[in-house]
Design a protein around this ligand. Structure first.
Ligand code: 9MR
Length: 379
């Protein structure tokens, strides 16, 4: 009798522990944790769009609810020569998003970088007139936005047009057209797809000067009666910059200007920055030195702890302001594919994203999932 009881008890315990392991062991996913709060997105590169990188595609499907084109919708990719449009990758990108029920963002209609030289030159090789540049902008924006009308839900219309001190960047677009270039870009995009959301996107947004400039630009667009739905804060951050307080102040200032806020290109470098003032300026480039690549063999626990705290602190802000934060997007799926490994120093090993080089979720993923759950409970 006694023996029977013990056996039953043991069996029960084994069964129960089996059930528990199952439910506790079940993989939880970011997109479920943040559902109802904001989209959680990632940038897609060529390997993912073409289906070559099956392992990271699986992560996209399981963990993310939004995608953005890392490179395939930039001017040089879409219209490398005047009138020669190349939509191959962009088409596949949009199809992938639709097939998997993801919120699709197009990046980017007007950017001073990655623009082929023809855009600013006439047939004699001289600088184009205002009229010609406007016509080219209109054709480029209209062709691209019309092609994905109703399918791409939001566009980064203008990218990085404001300097850290709040003045306009003296890009070729600006030098020829002044701030009209920004107004026209938003106007053409809206005319091509009146239902699409339209965004302004930039880096170093915690900077008070840039904050002021962006707020003034949003007001300028609104006063001109143009549509702008959100400001995208790229969020290319480091272990000790920017300050959370300044970042939050910018979030608040943009929301107060009457737009939503999106975190559009988040990554967190663990490597030393030769110069923090470069923000995310793609043209910055510093010579490789071994001491600037300290974690080629792996990330020490002590640094990982700071990495986790920073991610968690920033997500704390996003959760706190979820009433106006509509999307948080990381700039790539796994560490191996991040632009950070090559910028602003080539050939380094960085660990800026949420999934490791083998597409395994880092411990921070579960912590963020838990953080989202706790936040709901508190509210
Ligand atoms: O991650 C992108 C990298 O693969 C490209 O070589 C680079 C130039 O097109 O652009 C990178 O993405 C940038 C984004 O388009 C705009 N903000 C800064 C990003 C990082 O440089």
């Amino acid at each position: 009798m006694e023996k029977k009881k013990i056996v039953t008890l043991m069996l029960g315990t084994i069964l129960l522990s089996g059930v528990c392991t199952e439910s506790y062991g079940q993989k939880k996913h970011l997109k479920d944790a943040f559902a109802g709060k904001f989209y959680i997105g990632t940038a897609l590169n060529q390997g993912q769009i073409t289906g070559r990188d099956a392992a990271s595609i699986q992560v996209v499907k399981e963990d993310f609810s939004a995608i953005v084109a890392e490179n395939c919708m930039k001017i040089e990719s879409i219209q490398p020569q005047e009138g020669v449009f190349n939509f191959d990758l962009a088409d596949q990108f949009v199809e992938f998003g639709e097939k998997n029920g993801l919120f699709i963002t197009g990046h980017t209609l007007m950017w001073h970088s990655q623009v082929p030289a023809w855009f600013f030159k006439d047939s004699q090789g001289n600088e184009v007139t205002k009229e010609v540049l406007i016509e080219r902008m209109k054709k480029h924006i209209t062709t691209l936005v019309t092609r994905y009308k109703g399918r791409v839900k939001g566009w980064d219309v203008v990218n990085e047009a404001i300097e850290d001190d709040g003045s306009y960047r003296k890009s070729r677009f600006f030098n020829i057209l002044g701030e009209d270039f920004i107004k026209l870009a938003f106007q053409f995009a809206h005319e091509a797809d009146p239902s699409a959301e339209l965004y302004y996107n930039d880096y170093s947004m915690a900077n008070p000067g840039k904050r002021k400039g962006v707020v003034a630009m949003v007001k300028m667009l609104k006063e001109a009666g143009l549509r702008i739905d959100a400001v995208g804060m790229q969020c290319h951050i480091g272990l000790d910059y920017p300050s959370l307080t300044e970042f939050e102040a910018s979030m608040e200032a943009f929301a107060a200007a009457g737009v939503k806020v999106m975190i559009t290109e988040m990554d967190l470098t663990v490597l030393p920055m030769p110069n923090q003032r470069v923000g995310a300026d793609v043209s910055a480039n510093f010579e490789y030195q071994k001491k600037q690549n300290p974690y080629a063999e792996g990330l020490p626990d002590s640094v990982n702890a700071i990495f986790e705290k920073r991610y968690s602190d920033f997500f704390g802000l996003f959760l706190k302001h979820q009433d106006y934060v509509t999307r948080v997007t990381v700039w790539g799926v796994n560490d191996g594919m991040s632009w950070r490994n090559g910028w602003p120093v080539r050939g380094r090993t960085d660990y800026p994203l949420l999934f490791d080089r083998a597409n395994k979720p880092k411990p921070i993923v579960n912590k963020l999932i838990q953080q989202a759950a706790n936040y709901s409970k508190k509210k």
